[in-house]
Ligand binder design. Structure first.
Ligand SMILES: CC(C)(COP(=O)(O)OP(=O)(O)OC[C@H]1O[C@@H](n2cnc3c(N)ncnc32)[C@H](O)[C@@H]1OP(=O)(O)O)[C@@H](O)C(=O)NCCC(=O)NCCS
Length: 192
């Protein structure tokens, strides 16, 4: 094993992908940082369960893994005489701590734009999200997509941050504005 000494004896590079670290305050203890391997699913599940139990900073609550709540993602479409011209998805996680938050993805066919379809779809999912007791909707939109930005702002979404070089379209990088709409901060009582 060719070990390269680095960073005041705390770090050795064991191979191109693995490093060895001495644990601060524990002179005899070491950990190898390596890619996760196939076949250690059970050990990983145990690690995740232990993390869920000992910290409140992860998404899963103690004992929730394997008992996730039903998915409450949903979708609306715009139907013009049997032809679909627009779609909006609300994607939700199943963890109790985050299931009231939905990620919105919206698109309207060019032939149907500028006629109120996008606003209609957005209004519909905001109403449905409230009905389901969801507390937040969020989305990201390319910074130069002025039409979409204006639509989201007019529906109450607020810019919360910038995701720099977030997407690469035809070889060109673009920033995305991260937006959110808080619907309700009441703690949901519905557990199903
Ligand atoms: C962004 C998009 C969803 C808007 O849907 P739409 O059906 O065209 O929008 P609407 O007709 O409901 O108009 C909503 C608002 O958008 C703005 N808008 C719509 N068309 C516009 C245009 N051509 N120029 C400027 N603003 C425009 C207006 O502010 C309008 O508000 P108003 O109702 O007060 O006039 C649609 O253009 C689209 O799918 N574009 C391509 C994909 C995309 O950008 N998706 C969003 C990714 S985050």
């Amino acid at each position: 094993m060719s070990a390269l000494l680095l960073s005041r004896c705390h770090l050795w590079v064991l191979s191109r992908v693995s490093t060895l670290i001495l644990l601060d305050g524990h002179p005899e203890a070491m950990a190898i940082i390596r890619p996760s391997a196939d076949g250690e699913g059970e050990a990983l599940a145990g690690l995740r369960r232990a993390l869920d139990a000992e910290t409140r900073f992860m998404l899963a609550e103690p004992g929730e893994r394997g008992n996730e709540l039903p998915d409450q993602s949903f979708r609306f479409v715009a139907d013009e005489d049997g032809r679909l011209v627009g779609v909006i998805d609300v994607l939700a996680l199943r963890w109790r701590r985050a299931r009231g938050r939905g990620a919105v993805v919206l698109g309207v066919r060019a032939s149907a734009q500028g006629q109120g379809v996008g606003r209609g779809l957005l209004d519909a999912v905001i109403a449905e999200a409230r009905r389901r007791g969801m507390w937040r909707l969020e989305l990201s939109v390319m910074r130069h997509n002025r039409v979409a930005l204006r639509l989201y702002e007019s529906c109450g979404f607020e810019a919360e941050g910038l995701r720099r070089a977030s997407v690469c379209v035809d070889g060109e990088f673009f920033d995305e504005v991260y937006m959110g709409l808080v619907l309700d901060r009441a703690v949901p009582t519905q557990r199903g």
